[in-house]
Design a protein around this ligand. Structure first.
Ligand code: ATP
Length: 513
């Protein structure tokens, strides 16, 4: 991303100002594409992880979790194909000396064509009003049809060239489309080269006995190599799944999109083992289930779309991304991949150990097929955070910045304020904190006028503010203010827990799925 939109810039600065995300090693001027989660960020991240874990593991009796090590035997990455094929095609611009992913340059070009289609559609929608039929317009308007055909043809050619490893044709495509460097505007490009994304490191004390290792570029392989251990010790019957969340590392070439593309990031993956021949059905099942999970958070159904792959990875027989409408457009948030029996078969071959399932119903042994769901936790964080950040015009001609995080994910569920710092009000507020803190993350604040305290909590995404005033001393009631509506209710202190719980309880969110 050469230029960041204003909204994206606001997201990045808000994330820093309100203690969500800091650049790593900032006092040393930072480290490229590496970030630290701050006091609020770590809580939001944990809540997203838990929301995922609950829906995938806790609510499915045939899915269990593991936590495998980041260091793994180096042959694993030979077997998985990462040593030979985990490459990105890169190209340098000779004038700006900037390095790009060649496929991303082409995809960005296509995104611009798609934006033109969207523009034509919204113009036509205005012109035709209620009688507008979008599908008909898209299939009949000559200009729009032309754009769409062009986009499809470009992506098809890119897919085919990458699959054949025909990097000369990828460069030819960039030249034919007259794609220029976003930074310098120059069209003077180097050849396209492959670049392996794995980080290497060493295990062991002495130089001669040290073993070359890789930092894992995905968590999935830790699941495959434990497949039989889990199946046997958990007495799991097919179909069943193994889930894990954890760090992955990729030496990304283009990493300029904040936490969208990092060099150290966290994945939440689930590998679902199925009987061969049923993978298509399970692939469709997980596509739908994962989309519903996203939609359960109420961030706007129109902000999601599937992107089915033409170009398939070496291990897949079908693959689709769930794309989200980030501040810089629709981009991959999660991948759903039908991985066939590639991984288990490869580990059988490289390790010499059998990784088969004995099916008691059929009395046969076979290698299961696998359907994977793989989502980046940091990308999900960015989706939630950027979608929630809004600038609202108020009736009195002022604006407020509010982070409308889904309440189930909000780092702090309620802030408690004494109206004044005297007359015994702080003591009552503290008592409320003491009571609520066993169930929720709560925050005490007595500084500044209440209006200012409300604004601070709005900007940090806290769904409720509770204010203790003099009336509280008489009748045990407080005001509870709702972040999104700014409405205030007078309620008894004893009702607080239930009011908060109703809005933050994952059950109420996940049962809308
Ligand atoms: P991309 O095409 O954006 O590089 P990918 O197709 O290589 O992503 P997968 O290997 O399918 O990604 O990984 C699964 C998920 O992990 C992605 O959908 C994304 O959410 C997340 N992810 C992948 N790479 C990164 C990264 N560098 N930083 C943050 N999240 C990432």
């Amino acid at each position: 991303m050469a230029q960041q939109s204003d909204q994206f810039k606001k997201v990045i600065s808000h994330a820093k100002e309100y203690g969500f995300v800091f650049p790593s090693s900032e006092i040393y001027d930072g480290l490229s594409a590496v970030y630290d989660y701050a006091q609020n960020g770590v809580a939001l991240k944990k809540n997203i992880r838990e929301y995922w874990w609950k829906s995938m593991v806790q609510l499915n009796e045939n899915i269990v979790g593991i936590d495998s090590a980041i260091f793994m035997h180096p042959t694993i990455w030979k077997a998985s194909g990462h040593v030979d094929a985990f490459n990105d095609p890169l190209i340098d611009n000779k004038v700006s000396k900037k390095r790009y992913r060649a496929d991303v340059l082409v995809e960005d070009y296509v995104a611009k064509i798609e934006a033109k289609v969207e523009k034509e559609v919204s113009k036509a929608a205005k012109r035709f009003g209620d009688s507008f039929d979008e599908a008909q317009f898209k299939s009949t308007n000559p200009r729009v049809v032309g754009y769409q055909e062009k986009a499809v043809a470009i992506l098809k050619r890119l897919g085919q060239s990458l699959e054949k490893e025909d990097l000369v044709d990828v460069k030819a495509l960039i030249e034919e489309l007259e794609i220029s460097c976003p930074e310098s505007g120059s069209r003077d490009w180097t050849e396209v080269k492959q670049f392996n994304l794995m980080f290497g490191t060493k295990l062991g004390a002495s130089a001669d006995s040290a073993m070359d290792l890789y930092l894992r570029p995905e968590t999935a392989q830790g699941i495959f190599v434990n497949f039989l251990n889990v199946q046997k010790t958990g007495r799991m019957k097919l179909p069943f799944g193994i889930a894990q969340t954890g760090k992955a590392f990729r030496n990304e070439i283009v990493a300029r999109q904040f936490i969208f593309r990092m060099r150290e990031f966290e994945q939440m993956e689930m590998q679902f083992f199925v009987k061969p021949g049923t993978q298509k059905e399970w692939y469709e099942h997980w596509k739908e289930t994962r989309l519903k999970w996203h939609k359960s958070l109420g961030m706007g159904d129109e902000n999601y779309r599937f992107h089915d792959h033409d170009k398939l990875a070496h291990y897949a027989d079908a693959a689709s991304d769930i794309e989200f409408n980030f501040p810089f457009g629709f981009k991959e948030l999660e991948g759903i991949h039908s991985r066939t029996d590639f991984d288990l078969k490869a580990h059988e071959e490289f390790s010499g150990k059998k990784l088969q399932y004995f099916d008691h119903e059929d009395n046969t042994s076979y290698t299961p097929y696998v359907v994977e769901t793989s989502i980046g936790l940091d990308r999900m964080f960015l989706a939630v955070f950027s979608n929630s950040l809004v600038e609202e015009e108020l009736d009195n001609n002022t604006t407020r910045t509010v982070l409308k995080l889904p309440a189930v994910l909000a780092p702090t569920k309620a802030a408690v304020f004494p109206l004044l710092k005297k007359d015994g009000l702080p003591e009552v507020a503290r008592q409320i904190i003491e009571d609520l803190k066993w169930d929720f993350n709560v925050f005490y604040d007595e500084k500044d006028a209440v209006g200012k305290r409300y604004r601070r909590q709005d900007a940090a995404g806290t769904p409720f503010c509770i204010t203790v005033d003099h009336e509280t001393l008489d009748n045990n009631t407080v005001t509870i203010r709702h972040r999104d509506t700014m409405e205030q209710q007078r309620v008894n202190i004893s009702e607080l827990k239930a009011i908060i719980n109703k809005e933050v309880d994952a059950k109420n969110w996940l049962t809308t799925m």
